[in-house]
Design a protein around this ligand. Sequence first.
Ligand code: NAD
Length: 271
Amino acid sequence: MTPTHTSLSLQGQAALVTGASSGIGRAMALAFGHAGADVAVNFVRDADGAEAVVQELRTMGRRAVALRADVSREGDVDAMFQRAIGALGTLHIVVCNAGLQRDAPLEQMTLEQWNTVIAVNLTGQFLCARGAVREFKRRGPQGPSAALGKIICISSVHQQIPWAGHANYAASKAGVMLLMQTMAQELAAERIRVNAIAPGAIRTPINADAWRTREAEDALLKLIPHGRVGEPDDVARAALWLASDASDYVTGATLFVDGGMALYPAFIGGG
Ligand code: NAD
């Protein structure tokens, strides 16, 4: 782990990361553990992946627990919070990361594809953020963090870049943007910080088709001024900063971790 991870401390804090058995969620859970946090690792299907993350966290000396829950189901989310709080005492950091894609051209997109993506990517973030706020307020201000609590929403560059063939996904992430900003406005006076990360193209299972072959990766790189596909740890370092007291005066912000993807790369030549 890089020194950046260890110079920001989450010592004595407890975090819940949704969708943490793989990809960006896994990287954030491990980064938080390296910084001293205990971590609840949510998963929906991949129990083995979640257990591997838990074992890695325990090897670091952290308390860790794997919790199965579908973030789009209210009963699952409420039970997950109860079990996380039972295992770790309270929560100081909640990362709403779980997400999926169900891609189709608009005229072929089924209502089920639309509803599934909105339910997981948007309603799931609402349910988990609400659970977080309830726990932060129940616990009250005593604790190791300057804030009462921190919520991090994992959005996407597609909260602002239209994405043909992915209308459901782009709409869900645009919804996350104003959900996050509204929560930040509503909760700032109570010292609950709410921020978002908008990743660009990060090498994870969700977008494997975009980087699996040389041709696909070359096409993708044309959209990334930085010149490389992002890694989960690129996002994890940003999440660690947003979770730590180093960002104590930051709320309602979206941090783009995208190698410049949102900077209209088609205009690099001057247009
Ligand atoms: P990933 O597929 O590895 O991670 C998504 C996780 O969410 C998986 O572990 C999956 O099991 C879980 N999940 C899906 N539905 C769930 C549900 N109903 N309840 C609980 N968990 C559920 O891919 P990733 O790239 O790590 O994605 C993490 C987040 O980052 C997502 O919100 C995604 O939209 C966002 N994102 C990713 C990229 C990228 O390029 N990889 C870019 C922008 C945004």
